[in-house]
Write a protein of this length. Structure first.
Length: 165
């Protein structure tokens, strides 16, 4: 059992792409998606977010680059706009959390620091087990399309690791 709550946040500008993972004091894992994006997230922070938690946010603004430069000028421009939107929303999330909960409770990491996405479901199951959460995960549908939740879980684990250092 743990006395600290860890929250991993994978923000995204797109609809249905904004996910969090909470590892509570009982060491159980739950997920939440903000289908209405940042507005719904703000309400959650103000009304329901754990006050005494460690938050870890993937902040793509820290990398400050467009990842995929393949395609026509129009395609690259569209990708760059999407990247810019995600950089802005992730920085806003960090700023909001630091304002509400204090900078010492928010770990602000780049996508590079978060590391590679876990796309294989069997590997993700092993990752859950290796972190002691087998049988303690709720609200995760174990579908290939749940990448945002897998990323949020990874971020919650990073929050726990950083807090324990």
């Amino acid at each position: 059992m743990n006395n600290t709550i860890y929250v991993g946040i994978d923000p995204a500008f797109r609809t249905n792409g904004f996910a969090i993972c909470i590892i509570d004091e009982e060491d159980t894992v739950s997920f939440k998606n903000f289908r209405n994006g940042f507005r719904e997230f703000i309400r959650w922070v103000m009304d329901d977010a754990p006050q005494h938690a460690k938050y870890c946010v993937e902040n793509s603004n820290l990398q400050n680059s467009t990842f995929d430069m393949r395609g026509s000028k129009g395609v690259v421009a569209k990708i760059s706009r999407s990247v810019g939107k995600n950089q802005a929303i992730s920085q806003l999330v960090v700023d909001l959390l630091e304002e509400y909960f204090g900078e010492r409770n928010v770990y602000n990491i780049s996508p590079k620091e978060k590391g590679k996405k876990i796309t294989d479901l069997a590997i993700f199951d092993a990752y859950i087990e290796s972190n002691g959460h087998e049988g303690k995960v709720y609200g995760y549908k174990r579908l290939k399309k749940q990448q945002d939740e897998r990323d949020a879980y990874k971020l919650a684990i990073i929050a726990r690791q950083k807090h324990r250092k």
